[in-house]
Write a protein that binds this ligand. Sequence first.
Ligand code: SF4
Length: 502
Amino acid sequence: MEFLANSLLELVTQTSTNLPPDVRAAMGLAIAQETPGTQSSQALQVMATNIDMAYQDEGAICQDTGMPTFYVHTPAGVSQIAIKKAILEAVTEATRRGKLRPNSVDSLTGKNSGNNLGTETPVFHFEQWEESEIEIRLILKGGGCENMNIQYSAPCDLERVGRADRNLEGVRKCILHAVWQAQGHGCAPGAIGVCIGSDRAHGYELAKQQLLRTLDDVNPNAELARLEAGIMEEANRIGVGSMGFGGKATLIGCKITAANRLPASFFVSVAYDCWAFRRLGVRLEPASGAITKWLYRDPERKVERMTQAEGFPLTGREVVLTAPLTEEAVRALKVGDVVLISGEMFTGRDAVHAYLMKNAPPVDMRGSVLYHCGPVMLKQGDGWAVKAAGPTTSSREEPYEGEVIRRYGVRAVIGKGGMGANTLAALKECGAVYLNAIGGAAQYYARTMEKVLGVHLLELGIPEAMWHLRVNRFPAIVTMDAHGNSLHAEVLEETGKALAEL
Ligand code: SF4
């Protein structure tokens, strides 16, 4: 199998850097559907630019390259052991080249393996089949959207939609509730895979496998096809919008399957994937391991650009900020303002927040900008290069952020999806803001980073370390201000009302 290693490396690299045509088409529709000039529309433009940048430079579309999950079909006689070994090597090499972020963390010690290999990572699904070729499909699904997966056990009472019974109407309520609860945390517009029935564990698995379908296919079961179309229409009327900013583009796909269940159980399992919907596949010639065909792609069609203009559409009303920030500058900001930040910022996510609860920060954080981000970084000589650096989901830091702001004088927190009441209270009390960056726009934001000034707590692993960066005109939207206002709370309430009226 002389070509196997190259074929697999190409599969991993392409999946991480080049969105498949069906996802591009769905994103194109979302852009066309959104009201121009809105924050949701601005976010979609940044996502489109980011898709182009990632393809052009073969960089990771999003810095969270997810849990690599392989679905492998082999003809009888092909060694699955050899294929698994080759996949592990390809994953290691893709990580070394910065196409994947080191994402495999020991759940007991918290140690990052550094190469994406570890106990039960990557994830493999092997099956034998009667065809003559090998088929390998890969999904890279990040943590932000994975955390938005949800499972319902009907009958159940759901906020805003009421009782969900054990019938298709109950399933419809569960799915719409799933889309609503995700808000912007999973980087909407998203796509969902759903399984009706099965048991808890397999139901989740089957829901995820629905993400292997193309977004434009039609379910062969007429009843499920109707349900999928209905959900698409209704979910896009709730008003969550891209990044949860409020708007028309909330869902780019809904794929549903049904599996038999136990008489006592009725699960509705939902797998939520973000707009950075990375999924590709290849057919391989068994003797050589050479690629005979790409799945999800038309070889006749060249990759088309998503956008002609580049980046964040500016209006001239943006507020230019230079970090470190003063209290006066921050208190002058209000929800809806677009800011362009230049100067210094620090990254800090889960492990840094846990560290700061017990230890003083390794840097002076007074007036600082704290970016919830786990970047892809590559060592270059004595320094580091930023390869991908979009925001991560902020709600995970909700138990800590208020205290971090109060104790250390942070003036701006950047992330995605918004934060809760405790953080909002601290912003008001101390004169700080929460800024929402565009989730998944990892290439776009990496280009605003002029220099890596240093790194602290590197022992926490590359994504969790505290990176000290100098940025130039980093754009973000004020979604929680120092006056007690939160766009996230508003959108949650408004969309909740719309959901109840469906
Ligand atoms: S686009 Fe958002 S949800 Fe998707 S992997 Fe990236 S950060 Fe996570």
